[in-house]
Write a protein that binds this ligand. Structure first.
Ligand SMILES: CC(C)(COP(=O)(O)OP(=O)(O)OC[C@H]1O[C@@H](n2cnc3c(N)ncnc32)[C@H](O)[C@@H]1OP(=O)(O)O)[C@@H](O)C(=O)NCCC(=O)NCCS
Length: 181
């Protein structure tokens, strides 16, 4: 039985299993998915990313498979990680998402991200959650705004993984604070 983390009206977030690998490789290898996210990945580099997420699971973090409750179809990958060491937000709790293009435009990313944020307030001690994306990734910023995150331009930075002049280097930061008790 694969562990369910949290459910929302239409979605279930669960720990990914071996059977999800092909789906995740498909998304990491898809030009449309990766357009504003990073280099299109082959199976080896996709597995490297997935291994990083698995590495956070012992701490209760990691990205989770988002599946539709009605039919069990995987629609996305969404969750929490410790913000990368050596970057300005190191040590913060960072949310992120990637959905299959066939499942865009239905509010699934927003619904999954809201569920992740509620889960975080219940299970993590952090006082805020951050999200980072390339300035050109307008679709992702729309998700951030829809789920109640606010732009925090004082935290914006130049992403060190991309060279000067790369369109993905200029990164924007959004924040959501833990609601008052
Ligand atoms: C970023 C990404 C997840 C956004 O997906 P999305 O489907 O546009 O986002 P949402 O799930 O919030 O859906 C919102 C859209 O669904 C529509 N929608 C339809 N039914 C809806 C419902 N029941 N509830 C909410 N929105 C609904 C909204 O009107 C909105 O459409 P619009 O953007 O045309 O106005 C997706 O583009 C993606 O995976 N991109 C590639 C990976 C990536 O860049 N990740 C971000 C890294 S930082």
């Amino acid at each position: 039985m694969i562990e369910t983390i949290v459910e929302s009206e239409r979605l279930r977030l669960r720990v990914p299993g071996a059977a999800d690998r092909a789906t995740l490789h498909g998304w990491f290898g898809d030009r449309q998915v990766m357009a504003d996210l990073g280099p299109v990945r082959d199976a080896v580099t996709s597995d490297e990313v997935l291994a990083r997420h698995d590495g956070y699971r012992a701490d209760g973090l990691g990205f989770w498979m988002v599946e539709r409750r009605a039919d069990g179809v995987p629609v996305g990958f969404c969750g929490l990680k410790p913000s990368d060491p050596g970057r300005p937000l190191a040590g913060e709790l960072e949310i992120g998402w990637m959905f299959g293009p066939a499942h865009w435009g239905q509010g699934y990313a927003g619904e999954a991200a809201r569920a992740v944020i509620d889960w975080a307030w219940a299970h993590r001690p952090d006082s805020r959650i951050v999200a980072v994306t390339a300035r050109v990734n307008v679709k992702s910023q729309r998700v951030m705004e829809r789920i109640g995150m606010r732009a925090e331009p004082t935290l914006d930075y130049e992403h060190p993984s991309y060279p000067e002049g790369d369109r993905l280097r200029d990164s924007v930061v959004y924040v959501i604070d833990r609601p008052a008790p």
